[in-house]
Design a protein around this ligand. Structure first.
Ligand SMILES: [Zn+2]
Length: 172
């Protein structure tokens, strides 16, 4: 359904999180301590931004943030796979993996704070595939969007400029 305000778009992502929460708690015993937030991308950079995840600090002083650019809420593309986007960029995708890695003090620093891109993105892709098990993809449009995301990747997986996030994947 089309949205009227940016807050409605953000609420829709919160709802995705709420919907999966019971199954998430069953599937993931080991979860990050880091807090998580969903924010609208700041206006000054929204026009050129893709949805993205920005990791928090390991001491928890800054939360991990899932940023969503919303230029015009009424034109927000609801059928491009909001659920698969959230699974990939946010939970259990980049937020879980990157936060757990940062919080694991048994790892050497280069492993806590460095990123192996194939691993980071591989995990996020795997998370997209968990949609049904997590209680999502009940709306055929969301499932179609997820399949579209997956299909698009066959052509151009892992572009070289992936800044530990697959921005380009979510562009169109
Ligand atoms: Zn990614």
């Amino acid at each position: 359904m089309p949205y009227k305000t940016p807050q409605e778009v953000l609420n829709a992502f919160h709802k995705i999180h709420e919907t999966m929460r019971p199954n998430l708690e069953k599937m993931f015993i080991h979860v990050p301590k880091a807090k998580f937030e969903i924010r609208q991308t700041e206006a000054f950079r929204a026009a050129s931004a893709s949805a993205e995840y920005l990791q928090g600090t390991p001491d928890g002083s800054r939360p991990g943030v899932f940023y969503v650019p919303i230029l015009d809420a009424s034109k927000f593309n609801t059928t491009s796979g909001m659920e698969s986007l959230f699974l990939h960029e946010a939970i259990p995708g980049h937020h879980y993996q990157i936060s757990l890695q940062q919080e694991d003090t048994t790892l050497p620093k280069f492993r806590r704070f460095g990123g192996q891109n194939a691993y980071v993105e591989g995990w996020a892709l795997y998370c997209e595939s968990l949609g049904k098990e997590l209680g999502l993809f009940t709306d055929p449009y969301q499932y179609m969007g997820a399949l579209g995301d997956a299909g698009g990747r066959c052509g151009h997986a892992y572009r070289q400029n992936d800044k530990r996030r697959s921005n380009q994947i979510h562009d169109g």
